[in-house]
Design a protein around this ligand. Structure first.
Ligand SMILES: *Cc1c(COP(=O)(O)O)cnc(C)c1O
Length: 381
């Protein structure tokens, strides 16, 4: 074993994958075989299996979810002068690709129960410049897709689903990744299914598929053997080694998703009687896969998330803050859209100060969760 840095880190990790012999064998096989005429074999297998799992016609393997969102926006022809609506509470990777195209993000408020995009706020933020909305499946939960899709249809706005945190989740019986013109997934090391770094764009649109295939490889289609680029584009390709890892992980997806739900059920059990806190919710028609178990303090101004995180880390428990509103980040200090959001997104600003993500790594044991919960209960008592 190589020397580890584990002594420097809290004992109980916030996130991390579950890798078995199966994945290691598949990657070894790819390292040996994925060259010459087989150089695209693992990507193609992973894409086919992934499209079938989420119920889409096409899947395109990419280096990240960020690149998947970028290609989805480009596929819609979005650019300078356009606006794209995003929920104010999400990872900045949901909004950064909007800038890459020259368009601007507009930050909508979240729903108080699901913590996902509020359909009402989405509708209120629509302007004549709005071309798309990126609906985010936050922490494995799902927004009110039915309402979002219906508003978008009425107003002629495209829906892109950011399903980075929600592989395996369902809304009214339909899997995350099946909503809107295209959906994007992340296989970052912290996500439920991982390839280390990686992403996938899925769609039923032949046009979107064709556009993304072209744009991800410097403006050429697979099978172009003359290297005559049709346009200047991007280099967004997943490696065979990553695809091999993802393909093998996907064959274990039910087990991975069930483990996520089991970890959450342990938290719920141990924190059932704790006063003054709320955990992730799941409405009647959603299957939440609880990417990050999240604890929301029922607004005790004295104990804010930053302090709770510091105290838990001292006790060997790694935590993260509930996302800060994008509109509150230094990166958006000068954005006029963010200035407006800071005044209007009441729910995002009320909740953000009091939420933390608890350890949600796939290799946690029931004992780990019991320890975390005892520490949490001591601190909030
Ligand atoms: C992780 C994540 C992303 C970005 O994924 P990358 O693969 O790191 O680009 C995008 N959106 C959300 C909501 C995420 O959690």
């Amino acid at each position: 074993m190589h020397q580890t840095v584990s002594s420097l880190l809290p004992r109980i990790p916030i996130s991390g994958p579950w890798i078995t012999q199966k994945e290691m064998e598949r990657v070894r096989e790819a390292a040996q075989n994925a060259w010459y005429e087989n150089s695209n074999y693992y990507q193609t297998q992973f894409e086919k299996a992934f499209a079938s799992y989420v119920g889409r016609k096409y899947a395109i393997s990419l280096p990240s979810c960020t690149s998947a969102l970028h290609l989805a926006l480009l596929g819609l022809g979005i650019g300078a002068g356009d606006e794209v609506i995003v929920p104010d509470i999400t990872w900045i990777a949901s909004s950064a690709p909007i800038h890459y195209t020259g368009a601007r993000p507009v930050f909508a408020d979240i729903d108080a129960a699901s913590w996902c995009l509020s359909p009402q706020s989405f509708e209120q933020n629509i302007s004549r410049k709005t071309k798309a909305v990126i609906a985010v499946d936050l922490y494995g939960n799902m927004p009110e897709m039915k309402q979002i899709l219906s508003i978008a249809r009425k107003r002629g706005i495209a829906v892109i689903e950011d399903a980075a945190e929600a592989i395996g989740s369902e809304y009214r019986g339909k899997k995350a990744g099946g909503f809107g013109i295209a959906s994007a997934f992340s296989f970052h090391g912290s996500k439920t299914l991982t390839t280390g770094e990686g992403g996938m764009l899925v769609t039923d649109s032949k046009r979107m598929h064709h556009r993304a295939m072209m744009l991800r490889d410097h403006g050429r289609m697979p099978g172009d053997i003359l290297f005559r680029n049709k346009e200047v584009a991007y280099k967004y390709k997943m490696s065979a080694l990553q695809a091999a890892l993802g393909w093998a992980q996907l064959e274990r997806i039910d087990e991975l998703v069930e483990r996520k739900r089991e970890i959450f059920s342990w938290y719920r059990e141990y924190l059932e009687n704790a006063k003054g806190i709320t955990l992730n919710t799941q409405s009647g028609y959603v299957k939440n896969t609880y990417w990050m178990v999240t604890l929301m303090l029922d607004k005790k101004p004295k104990l804010k998330k930053e302090r709770l995180i510091r105290l838990l880390r001292k006790r060997g428990v790694d935590c993260r803050p509930f996302f800060y509103p994008l509109s509150s980040l230094p990166a958006y200090a000068k954005s006029p859209q963010a200035r407006k959001a800071r005044l209007s997104n009441k729910t995002a600003y009320q909740l953000s100060g009091y939420g933390i993500n608890l350890p949600s790594a796939l290799r946690l044991t029931r004992q780990d969760v019991a320890f975390v919960c005892s520490q949490v209960q001591e601190l909030i008592a």
